[in-house]
Design a binder for this molecule. Sequence first.
Ligand SMILES: [Zn+2]
Length: 121
Amino acid sequence: MDQQIQSRIKEQLEAELERLEVEVAEIEREGHEALSEASGENNYRDHMADQGSATFERELDMTLDENVRAALAEVRKALARIEDGTYGTCERCSQPISDSRLEAMPTANLCITCKAAEEAR
Ligand SMILES: [Zn+2]
């Protein structure tokens, strides 16, 4: 693929990696705070409604947490593919992934055809 496009995408990925690492650190910090708040809440059995919403919020946090970690893993894999020179090659059919697809979705590891086939399964 075009080296200029690849180095631009690499910059994008590195910026994204940095952003996600900050986000994970933030979530971990908030997670610890939520845990200590939760243990305090157990003393107040009257506040069942509050506890319910707190549990709900923690579940939302966990989903967010998983999404951020998954995104971080994707970005790391994409950067590793740039390093080993396999970036921009479909992992399934080994055909080049189009530059426009990679620019729109820098972590793409499948070409549009294989991605569509995978989603259709
Ligand atoms: Zn493919």
